[in-house]
Write a new protein. Sequence first.
Lengths: 411, 246
Amino acid sequence: MWTSDDAPLLAFGQGRSYGDTCLNNGGMIVTTAAMSMALAFDDQTGIIMVEAGMTLETLLRLAIPHGWFLPVVPGTRYVSVGGAVANDIHGKNHHRRGTFGCHVRRLELLRSDGQRMVCSQHAYADMFAATIGGLGLTGIITWVEMQLMPIASTTVTVDRLKVGSLDEAIDVQISTDHAHEYSVTWIDTTAPERSVGRGHVIRGDHAEHGPRSTASLSRQPRLTVPIEAPNWLLNRATVATFNTLYHHRQIGRRTVFDSDIVPYFWPLDAIARWNNLYGSRGMIQYQFVVPLEARNVIRQTLLRLRRAGVASFLTVLKTFGSIPSPGLLSFPRSGLTLSLDLPNQGAALLRLLDVIDAMVIEAGGALYPAKDVRMSATTFRASFPMLDRFEQYRDQQFSSTLWRRLTLEQP
Amino acid sequence: MTMTNIVIVGATSAIARALAERFINGASFVLVARDADRLRAIAADLTIRGARAAHVVQADLAEMSDHVRVVHETCAAMPSIDLVVIAHGVLPDQARCDADVDYAMATWMLNADSVVSLMHRFVNLLIEQGRGTAVVISSVAGDRGRASNYTYGAAKAAVTAYASGLRTRAAAHGVHVITVKPGFVDTPMTSHLKKNPLFASAGHVAGDIARAIARGSATVYTPWFWRPIMSVIKALPERIFGKLRA
């Protein structure tokens, strides 16, 4: 039982969120890394029950040899299962599988009054919906039971198509998503204005052929960025060079090749502490979703950043499908989502993002709290209509830096 | 070298758990510790993650009279032993030890007598079978008595010296004894201590131990930088060392 009135609690997993969702300045954090045991696994049905501090990598290492894979994986495998639930994360297959929370059967929640609640769609269903995507604010998730997805091998067949414009990228995604498990568009943000949105639509499917191996998962990153780079390293010129080279490395319009799961899903995991590349000022990850018909917001975003001289190192566009997200505060909803990695250039960039926020909200979209460091309380409230309902289920002893910022509640 | 039959005494300790993970695939474990619920959970975890079997032996290792049973039950559970890890211990509160000798001796019993007894019994078993590796977790704290933790340090010094003698004796019979001297490790045992850059993770320590097992090292400092640090600390004359109030 937690009785302290002055120190709010928050569970902290692997600390991999881009924003302050896992921070609790002035409060207490409960680290979950040591809470990482496998509790049960049925290799016939693919139902697994693990402690919430287990990382996705550890889970995959035990599941893959039995022919099972996580139905939703994010861009890094070094996150905890509890964090994946609390942020109701999505992957490149949202159009097929929805969010991570869609595959959670049950979870146990430890509340500050000491009560342990086993939540599912059938028991404490409201608390279940509040906890999925609930930013860790309903209590500590102690274990999670989920349904895995069968795979035949750890090979992914990749089909990469070069597109010359934003409209082409979106049209290709909308018309071919149904045929592929995974689909995203990498966007060359430094393309000239007339071809804004050009890039590669990268589709992928688990192959039937090839080995089923966890060897590549266990390999440690070969490259490390040990210290912060100077702030000028990632400037417009170097980012443009990288993006242009990446865009043109594919000579033909379309290539199809086999890839291992590790470089396919987690290319950035190959470089330990890559965030140091951004220097002491750091980076701002900016991700929003807008309805399909609001593709102009995507175009305007790319154009405005371009005109402001802000070059995003890595820009990804994806369609979110129509599978409803299970959480009251889940971010994914049907439409187009754009994510950008922006070097933190200070006040001018923040002002520009405020302008883009307004376009997103106007179009009926939302910003992703799990990646946010700067949106306003008004923007948050406008894009999460279930906020008041969520507040009924929040554990009043729990809070986070993000939560205080987005609800303007002082610690 | 494949480690198929592995005995872990103090199996609920963070370093022991991290080390078990290194050898999971296809291995059989005997796990010895006091907390039965936690032992069963760890056994289930190892089995789900690819271990062939995980037997549980519940024992309060402070009860020296129970050590014979621990060895017997281990032998009943596996036909031979490839690797024994002795990992149990407590980190006493030195201020309390200073004032309360009964408490100091209780921790001494567990950190020195009990560790030595189990190490000796299992190494004898390995010598009987004519092969195998024993790993004992000592500490850099055993390299020099410090005012801030001499009860713990001296117990570890006893373990280090005992293991060194056992190693020489066992080597003649094809048995290898490894002394592990971790520095600060971020585990539940040190959860009350303020963390600094010298702290290593249990996973890092386990990696160093696994390498020492593969190489057949005698003594391993983990992380490696403790070896030069301790060689300096050991060489300091007492009158200077005492002034450091370390």
